[in-house]
Design a binder for this molecule. Structure first.
Ligand code: ACO
Length: 389
């Protein structure tokens, strides 16, 4: 389809990356901790194993995925205007995980913020990033979904701990007058279901206390059946809506990249939309539900499996706590064959990130020196004023 308005800007995906911690936890290993079995988990969820962060944190997972996305796009981090990290498991309440990633990447010219919309977070972040580009406010936006759910699940609750895993995925968006990239986004929320999927403590309603810790209120609580019913409905509706908004008929959908929470939910959506398996990407078996990271990880794996080609129409669709949901129709525009990573390129990027870290360290030192010198000057000024009085 040709652009009908030459002045319009489109947000194209020009880079992609993912990172999952190498530490794997299989169903059989989980069955040694809680009263469950490999058979139950496979049958009810399709999950076989998940990745669990050990030394990694949400920021480091996000950083590694982002570095890969920058390698693919082959751009300098200084070209990034905005970093958005979608996460429900941020490094801290504040500062934003995105600011930490921005600093570590050496994205010196970027603004940065976190976005919280549970498992729908990545689609929300993509929508915001694409909107910033479409409005002309920014040209290059890094959108990351990163989670360490293993740090907020109750490892004694078999109904939830078997479902989640850790990881991160990142997409780099860039503005262009040429038709393609993010064509439409649909965002939805039904807060009447907020208690169906919740971490009850740690916020302003139930600040951390001995009681909240003793009662396990800092971990995920979920009404699985209700979330399941909600998910099956919105996945189908939101996919259709994104396509309709983008003027792409369902028959022209080449690949659905759904939130990877449960194989049964994905299968239900595929069946309802009459999509054959080759048009639906699924990797929940290897990662479990990585919340805001699941869609970008799935997209990157679809690209790596050569299941995404220039000209293809994709829909990414997610749902989660809020209750919230979101979908996004994309026309893929760039070749998915990436430049090989030569030792020279690898060394160059290692050097670049070491230099960013060194500069960041230098800024911290200078800030302390500046603060120390200011204190001394203030004291001297106070003494001088005292003497003069
Ligand atoms: N192992 C063995 N038995 C289990 C386990 C387990 N891990 N978990 C629950 N059971 C038992 C229950 O106790 C129950 O036993 P009972 O019948 O004796 O009471 C039985 O299995 C059936 O439990 P249900 O909850 O009805 O099982 P269901 O078929 O609904 O599957 C599941 C549960 C997998 C959680 C499903 O409801 C689901 O996938 N829901 C959606 C979850 C989801 O997608 N969450 C998204 C989160 S996104 C975000 O924003 C974080």
């Amino acid at each position: 389809m040709a652009a009908n308005n030459q002045t319009q800007r489109y947000a194209h995906i020009i880079g992609w990356g993912k990172y999952a911690p190498p530490n794997t936890l299989t169903n059989d290993e989980l069955a040694k901790r809680v009263d469950t079995s490999d058979a139950w988990i496979r049958e009810r969820t399709g999950i076989v194993e998940r990745r669990i962060a050990t030394k990694e944190t949400t920021a480091t997972l996000a950083l590694y995925a982002a570095q890969d996305a920058l390698e693919v796009a082959d751009i300098d981090p200084k070209e990034i205007d905005l970093v958005i990290v979608a996460t429900s498991t941020p490094e801290y309440v504040f500062p934003a995980t995105a600011s930490i990633v921005q600093d570590q990447l050496g994205a010196e010219n970027a603004g940065a913020f976190d976005l919280s919309a549970a498992c729908s977070g990545f689609v929300y972040a993509l929508s915001v990033g694409a909107g910033m580009i479409r409005s002309g406010q920014h040209n290059t936006v890094l959108v990351i979904g990163a989670e360490t759910f293993s740090r907020i699940v109750n490892w004694k609750d078999r109904a939830t701990c078997v479902l989640f895993g850790d990881g991160a995925g990142a997409l780099l968006l860039r503005g262009s007058p040429h038709y393609g990239g993010v064509l439409s986004t649909v965002l939805g929320s039904d807060g009447s279901g907020s208690e169906l999927l919740i971490v009850p403590a740690g916020g302003s309603k139930n600040p951390a206390s001995l009681e909240t810790v003793m009662n396990n209120m800092h971990t995920v609580k979920m009404n699985g059946r209700e979330v399941y019913r909600f998910a099956t409905r919105v996945m189908v509706d939101a996919t259709k809506q994104a396509l309709q908004k983008a003027n792409v008929p369902l028959e022209e959908l080449d690949m659905l990249i759904p939130h990877q929470a449960n194989a049964r939910i994905i299968d239900y959506a595929a069946k309802s939309l009459h999509l054959p398996p080759e048009k639906v990407f699924q990797n929940v078996e290897h990662y479990g539900n990585t919340s805001a990271a699941s869609i970008p990880i799935a997209l990157v794996e679809a690209i790596e499996a050569k299941r995404v080609h220039p000209g293809d129409h994709l829909v990414m669709v997610g749902f989660g706590g809020g209750l919230s949901w979101g979908s996004c129709a994309v026309q893929w525009t760039i070749p998915t064959v990436t430049r090989p990573m030569t030792p020279q390129r690898a060394a160059q990027s290692r050097l670049r990130y070491r230099w960013s870290n060194f500069k960041s360290f230098g800024h911290r030192v200078l800030r302390r020196v500046d603060s120390g010198v200011s204190k001394v000057l203030d004291r001297l000024e106070g003494e001088n004023n005292g003497n003069g009085a």
